[in-house]
Design a protein around this ligand. Structure first.
Ligand SMILES: [Fe+2]
Ligand SMILES: [Fe+2]
Length: 144
């Protein structure tokens, strides 16, 4: 594990966030049925959190001397409110799993990152906590 590999993983995270924001904003436009307005409003709020996560990933990448990616991961289309909520719930879980992997890789280069480790660790942990919050909110919406 090297600092370069860590930067590459953080850029994959940034690309996931780009896709998540676009996906939530798209899905917010197509939810239908009862509670459509409140669900759309919540999806837009979550998109705002994903935008904040993009900034946090860019901050980490830049601190480590990398160049933040301008690419986007592949999004997941969905039709109908229930499928939209399920697809995004899975994506939140997948993002959480991937970010836990980045945290493990970060541990492997901790001694190399004497002046950067806590900065990156705190931001990754904050992002993971918010993805877990998103997942729990999506579960509540699914149960309605
Ligand atoms: Fe996110
Ligand atoms: Fe999220």
């Amino acid at each position: 594990m090297s600092k370069d590999k860590l930067i590459a993983l953080l850029n994959k995270g940034l690309e996931l966030e780009h896709a998540a924001r676009a996906q939530y904003l798209s899905h917010a436009k197509v939810v239908s049925g009862a509670n459509a307005d409140s669900i759309a409003a919540r999806l837009k709020e979550i998109a705002g959190d994903e935008q904040k996560h993009e900034g946090m990933f860019r901050d980490c990448i830049a601190l480590l001397g990398g160049v933040p990616s301008i690419k986007m991961a592949v999004g997941h289309p969905a039709v109908g409110t229930e499928q939209i909520l399920q697809v995004n719930l899975k994506d939140e879980h997948d993002a959480t799993d991937f970010y836990h992997n980045i945290l493990k890789e970060l541990e492997a280069v901790k001694t190399e990152l004497q002046y950067e480790y806590e900065f990156v660790e705190h931001r990754l942990s904050d992002i993971i906590a918010e993805e877990q919050e998103h997942a729990s909110e999506l579960k509540v919406l699914l149960a309605k």
